[in-house]
Every structure is written in C-alpha cells, then in structure tokens.
Write a protein that binds this ligand. Sequence first.
Ligand code: ZN
Length: 439
Amino acid sequence: MDLVFRGRAMMPDGVRTVAVGVQAGRIALVADADAPLVTTTEVLLADDEVLLPGVVDTHVHVNEPGRTEWEGFASATAAAAAGGVTTIIDMPLNSIPPTVDRAALEVKRARAGAVARVDVGFWGGAIPSNLGRLRDLHDAGVFGFKAFLAPSGVDEFPHLSVDELERALAEVASFDGLLIVHAEDPVVLEAHPGRGGRSYPAFVSTRPPEAEAVAVQRVIDGVRRTGARAHILHVSSSAVLPLLARAKADGLRITAETCPHYLTISEEEVPEGGTQFKCCPPIRDAANRDLLWAALLDGTLDCVVTDHSPSTVALKTAGGGDFDAAWGGIAGLQVGFAATWTEAERRGIPLSRVVSWMTASTADLAGLTAKGRLREGADADLVVFAPDETFRVDAASLKHKNPVTAYDGRLLRGVARDTYLRGRPTGGAPHGTLLSRTE
Ligand code: ZN
C-alpha cells in the first residue's frame, strides 16, 4: 500500500475503527484496525479524529475567466481543500464566457487544469440561445445544465421563459441529461419591487416564498410532462417542501438541495446593512429554518451544497449596506461543512447524516460513482476531521479570494486537519484533476 490510515472512519454503515489502505490513488482495502498492511506511510488518527470521505460540493461559482477578481480556480480550490472539500462542480455563470457551449467549457478546463487543488467538474448552462444544441455540451462532459427562471444577475446568462423551460426539459430528457434550476418566478418577483435601503426584512419581502413555490411547481409540472430529470437548486423557503414531497411520492425524477446559510443563519440574526448575508433566494426566519432541517431528515431535501458565490468587497458592500445595490451571493466554500455540522450537532443530528448530505448525496446527483463514500474502489479523497474542535471564522484568513463571508466571527465546530486527494495531501503542488460526466 502507498498509504494506510488507522483509526475511526465514517463508513457507509457508520463509524468503525478500521485500517484503510490506499494504492494508486484509490481505496484499495478496508480492513480490521490491526490488519498487517505493508506500507511506507502510515497515518494514525488521534482519538478525537475521524476519517471522512471528502466533501463533494456540486454548487460553486468560481467565476474564472472573466470575473477572476471575484474568485478563481486557484483560490477556490485552496479554500475547498482547507475545508475538507475534495470535489467541486463549477456553475456555468458569472464567468465570461458562461459555460454554454463546448468552446467555453474548453476555456474553463484550460484555466482550472494547472492550478486546481481539488477535483473540478463543470455544469453547463441552458439559456434561450443555446436551446436545441445542448447535446453537444452534454457529450463534452458537463454534469448537467443550469437554468434560471428569473433574471440571473448577469446579462450574459439570460433566464428561460415558461415555454423555454418546457423545451429545455424535453431536450434534456431526449438524452437523459439533468436540468438544475434556480427556481424563482419572475412575475412574483416583479410584483414585489425593492425600494432599497438597509433593512434586511424589507429585502426578504422582495423575494417572497410564493416566488419559489410558483417556480418549483412549474418545474415539477414540466418534469411530469416530459419525463426529464430535474434538480431544484438552493431551496430557501419551506413553502416548496410539500410540493417536492408530493412530486417524489408520485415517482417523479426530481431532487433538491439547500445550503448551509439557510440551515445555520436566520433572518432575525441579519443586521441592518449586513449585505454579506445577501443571497437569492434569501435567508428566511428561524421557523422556516427548522422546516428545512426536518425536510433533510425526512428525505424531502436530498443534499447540502454551499452555493459559494463570492464577489469583490466593493460589489458586496456597494451602496454602503443597501440591500438592492449589493451583489447577492454568499462565500462559504471553506466553512460550509463545519457550519452545517455545528448546527446539526446543536440539534442532536449525528455527523453521519451531515456527511451523507454533503458527500454521497451530492456525488449521486452528479453521477460521481468514485466519489463521496469511503469504500473499496473509490478515489482516496479523505479528510482527517476533528468533529469537536472549535474555531472562530475570520474572513480575512479564509483562502477564497475576497475577505467577505456571512460566517465571519461565528464559532464553528469541526476542523479538517488534513485533506487528501487521491491519496496525496492537498497542501503540496496542486494535483486536482478535471472531471467529466461518465454514463
Ligand atoms: Zn448559485
């Protein structure tokens, strides 16, 4: 073996004390803790550590090229590795060009290839102008297609109309692809215009639960008609949960995610002018947050992803705390796993559930069969995690590019002491690889 870990490990069936043998970047063997495995390098986990499969974060905006001053592959993947994340899948927008054709995908792959500290895959985009031509990008290896139903925030990534959503679902169904949807309804949003200002509740009132519910129902109806497979991105409002539960009970191929900021922060905690907390859909009240947790526990929601969507400090604080003026997006890639575990532990939810939502479930969403589980044959993407060690988040010391985050100052539980990608520590020369969808 190239490397052997001995100690407690989060296996698919729970925590066991084992020996994990790594060979050629893969988990070659899981054996009894005292099994006599021959190796040059042995890692003995401390009593307060548990070996986890690396986090698979399927919702990350890297923004390179085009808005590399917001974030980039070098900084984002360094932040990921520091937080125990070993795979990211990059969103198609906020970079220029957006990932809406094969040429744009190749541009991104070229940028990421040399600098990635973790494995990187890509979502494609479905916009009005590339409908009818999605198959080419699918064949080029994207994991699925992202679409917006309301304005995305950037001009080069327009949203789909009601008719275009239906066409996109039908097209994706024709090659058994996946459509992932930012589900807010533009008509509802237009009926709740913002008047600006530093009041967070006033901002939340411009993105009401009804906007999410109307849009999610539209996706569900389209899935029912077309047979497509769809995934609802960043569920923020509990209003969509009964809709999702019914769709799943009906056997529709629909899944959904939520994010650490919706699970760990509440509207009541956001200060006046606290635009580092601005995202769309917004962080809602504490009662809503409880319902999101319940939906994860009962399977209505499938997974937890960060939706890491940073910008420059200037854009994030534009308008001096005016919620209409500031960029909407929360930077949480490095601390999302710890934040989710911190809140789960407070609620009496075991680490195994958090790990499952952020590793196996997200790997399954993307069809990454070699990721997300600590088992023989999987990639040796492993994290030495200290679940009870606490730390205080300092935005300036995080590894993403711009020192702004909604988690600044929070006391979190759970430290990724060492992260291994394909059996090698992520701290040396970058050795992340580019991932493509496999059938
Ligand atoms: Zn996003």
